[in-house]
Design a protein around this ligand. Structure first.
Ligand SMILES: *Cc1c(COP(=O)(O)O)cnc(C)c1O
Length: 219
């Protein structure tokens, strides 16, 4: 089932859109099946869970942290994490930089923008994203690169609303890219809304249940 789901999604995705297979809560065997089908990028939202899976699985997997970050746990993944999607403060960037430095690495990060109307979703207001990217202090963080932006849309069937949320982020992304050419990734779109996200400029989709099936508990 997983193999078939992956193949169907891959067929749909434009060539320049990256698929992050979101494997949170799913067992090693499921990830191994996706790996055997050719998938190499996996997303997790809990640091300990990602570390445990990293240790058991092939080392050519790229691990993406997509969840809300607890700063005190960044150190556990700093030696291997490939991309951190959900950075929503300068303080967190600083902590990632500090931990990356210990391993002599540069860690790619995405700033999470607040696009949803829901109160429960994390993310930075657009003005704060601009301020962080333009700040003097960020130049001193040699062990991180802000390589793009990430956003989570409102959980809704209202396509017009989704479209407006995705396109507002795309517009911000395009504007900022002129000044900050290191921005190359725009992570938006999940199982329920990735087609719309792609139509509105996403370059990276984070898909869980449409690959692995429904999760037993919500996280
Ligand atoms: C769980 C999760 C996803 C994937 O959700 P699905 O609806 O299962 O595709 C994507 N992004 C984030 C940040 C998540 O936490």
């Amino acid at each position: 089932m997983i193999t078939e789901n992956l193949q169907n999604i891959q067929k749909e995705l434009p060539e320049d859109v990256t698929l992050v297979a979101v494997s949170k809560t799913k067992p090693i065997a499921d990830i191994q099946e996706a790996y055997n089908a050719g998938q190499r990028i996996f997303g997790e939202n809990k640091i300990q869970e990602m570390v445990a899976k990293y240790e058991e699985l092939p080392k050519d997997i790229e691990w993406h942290m997509i969840g809300h970050l607890q700063r005190n746990k960044v150190k556990y993944m700093a030696h291997f994490v490939n991309l951190i999607h959900g950075v929503d403060s300068f303080k967190t960037l600083k902590e990632i930089d500090k931990q990356a430095k210990k391993h002599n690495r540069v860690i790619n990060c995405l700033l999470q923008a607040r696009i949803a109307k829901e109160e429960t979703k994390f993310g930075l207001p657009f003005t704060e994203i601009k301020n962080i990217l333009a700040s003097e202090e960020i130049i001193e963080l040699k062990n991180i690169t802000v390589s793009g932006l990430m956003g989570m849309a409102t959980f809704t069937d209202d396509n017009e609303q989704l479209k407006s949320e995705f396109s507002s982020l795309k517009k911000l992304f395009n504007n900022l890219k002129n000044k900050h050419p290191q921005l190359s990734m725009l992570s938006m779109g999940m199982s329920g809304d990735y087609q719309l996200a792609i139509e509105n400029g996403s370059t990276m989709v984070r898909i869980g249940s449409a690959v692995f099936g429904h999760r037993n508990y919500t996280v």
